[in-house]
Design a protein. Structure first.
Length: 241
């Protein structure tokens, strides 16, 4: 009988405590795990050493003056080009500075009948050019817009042919120095690889060309326009720290 009373009292006490315990649990705040904050897209860092290849099309505009006085006319020497470049860039805030050396093989050739000597055809062939330029640009994260300027050099062959037979009458080689000015756009396609397109104009100095079999010289003026596609590989991390 005593055990029955103890059991009955215990059940009664537990029944009385249960609502209070439930009330305490109901009053506890529910903990909900916060959603993770969105991760910002990495910012491309254009700093570092890079090497690359380029290829495209070029046109050399050449005007000849016999003895620097008598005009012989002008012609365009056009053709393909392919080459390579190496450079270094510094990315400071949104501005990108750089320096680059470039060397290209070229196949620009053209000619015209001399207005001073109608029996002759005068022609120019440019077989190589190079540039050493400084760059400044603005980075829109993965896209870089830039301008460039500096020194340029071209390797040329000048020839005089007979209009009647096409026979070469005389030839002379020449290396010419000048300036370069251009602009381009480049886009990052992987952490290390980027591709772009570039336009450059070469302002070459006037120079005298002497031919072994001719009496007198020709003063030749040359300008070059280049449009190339470029592919670069950059060493080091592509994302800003």
């Amino acid at each position: 009988m005593k055990n029955f009373l103890i059991l009955t009292a215990s059940i009664g006490a537990l029944s009385a405590a249960a609502p209070a315990f439930g009330t305490d649990l109901a009053g506890q705040p529910v903990k909900i795990k916060a959603s993770p904050l969105p991760v910002a897209a990495p910012i491309i860092d254009w700093s570092g050493l890079y090497i690359g290849v380029n290829g495209g099309w070029g046109t050399s505009h050449n005007c000849w003056d016999f003895n620097g006085v008598t005009a012989e006319g002008c012609h365009n020497s056009a053709g393909a080009t392919i080459g390579g470049q190496i450079g270094y860039r510094w990315h400071i805030f949104k501005t990108v500075y750089g320096i680059e050396g470039q060397g290209n093989w070229a196949d620009f050739s053209g000619s015209n009948v001399s207005t001073a000597f109608p029996a002759n055809t005068i022609g120019t062939k440019t077989d190589a050019f190079g540039m050493l330029t400084g760059h400044i640009g603005y980075a829109f994260d993965a896209v870089l817009l830039y301008a460039k300027g500096g020194a340029a050099v071209t390797s040329n062959t000048y020839h005089v042919n007979s209009v009647a037979t096409g026979t070469e009458l005389s030839q002379s080689d020449d290396v010419r120095w000048g300036g370069a000015l251009g602009a381009g756009a480049e886009a990052s396609i992987t952490p290390q690889w980027s591709a772009g397109v570039e336009y450059v104009h070469l302002f070459m100095q006037r120079g005298n060309v002497s031919f072994p079999t001719a009496v007198g010289t020709d003063r030749v003026h040359q300008d070059v326009d280049l449009i190339t596609g470029r592919l670069n590989y950059k060493f080091g991390p592509a994302f800003a720290k």
